[in-house]
Design a protein around this ligand. Sequence first.
Ligand SMILES: NC(=O)C1=CN([C@@H]2O[C@H](COP(=O)(O)OP(=O)(O)OC[C@H]3O[C@@H](n4cnc5c(N)ncnc54)[C@H](O)[C@@H]3O)[C@@H](O)[C@H]2O)C=CC1
Ligand SMILES: CC(=O)C(=O)O
Length: 372
Amino acid sequence: MIISVPREIKNNENRVAITPAGVSTLVQAGHQVKIETRAGIGSGFADEDYAAAGAKIVQTAEDAWEADMVMKVKEPLPEEYRYFRQHLILFTYLHLAPLPDLTKALLDNAVTGIAYETIQLDNGELPLLQPMSEVAGRMAVQVGAHYLEKASGGKGVLLGGVPGVLPGRVTIIGGGIVGINAAKIAAGMGAQVTLLDINPSRLRYLDEIFNGRIRLLMSHPYNIAQAVKDSDLVIGAVLIPGARSPRLVTEEMVKQMEPGSVIVDVAIDQGGSIETIDRATTHDEPTYTKHGVIHYAVSNMPGAVARTSTLALANATTPYALQIANDGFKGAIAKNKAIARGVNTLDGKITFKGVAEALGYPFSEVEKMISA
Ligand SMILES: NC(=O)C1=CN([C@@H]2O[C@H](COP(=O)(O)OP(=O)(O)OC[C@H]3O[C@@H](n4cnc5c(N)ncnc54)[C@H](O)[C@@H]3O)[C@@H](O)[C@H]2O)C=CC1
Ligand SMILES: CC(=O)C(=O)O
């Protein structure tokens, strides 16, 4: 199979979909790999590193999109839609539920869209989302701490406090991978942490892990309102896989927060979990202020720490790319249910229920389409 990796063009997206080690794995298995020139620079990988691993360096995006399978990090932007074509396998984060235009472009061109974020193991784990959720969860607290500083427009609270002064109060909504990582960092800094989740088993697990160090609450509007009102920093970390994020923090709740408080909505890539956040922000302009509260909603947070993120992402994605390349699309989804769950678009149809429901399309089962 010919596998190709374009340079990412999203604002400050410094990650790249493959490392030289990944190229070497694919080439040794008999595949051809093309990399767009300078695609790896933001992550510390030069064209020469890829060439030495066996990749062909190509000079243009057109060339980099000409392959059996294109691997990316972020969802394609409108200027990339012209490269879509039937039977192209696109393996990347897609986050289609809040993106009707991208979804339509994939359907109109019958692209086979395999979304990293909905590849799901039988036990429910999302192995290609996890590493970036670890990064974003850890970053959410350092970002929040930065915007709480006076010079950044914040209320001037140090999350850890000092002896004789209470620590900052952090509320995390959603206790999955982002949530647990945010809680670890916030608790490690000495903040007072409250975490809410809707899943009692997850709350029990977190109770074991944190052993009383953080406060755990069932997620419902009453508890969310109380926790948000008393918070210096609120972190949105919910997910219903593939679906649009539920909007759990209402505008009224935001109005109750003290001026200079901060909201970091990590869940923005699935549409956002805060009513006062209706669009993603960028690393160039990461925040805006509403009702006196600083809102941060960058949808590619890990792009800011690209060296760490690229290595972590590629550790997870490369074995799946290898399986798709070795077995072909149909073979891979027949052998590996996790990959079948990743297929969001096929032959002009939506094959992921959460996306179909969010955007009002009919849902088609990928296995039935393949066997028809
Ligand atoms: N902005 C960015 O750069 C990045 C965003 N993300 C996003 O962060 C979000 C969270 O991802 P993960 O932690 O990996 O997901 P996860 O599936 O590990 O955790 C989600 C948690 O939300 C909980 N939840 C669902 N409904 C809830 C509700 N009503 N109230 C409270 N909790 C609820 C679930 O029980 C689960 O524990 C996703 O949207 C993901 O795509 C991840 C990485 C980077
Ligand atoms: C998960 C995701 O969207 C990201 O890492 O950018």
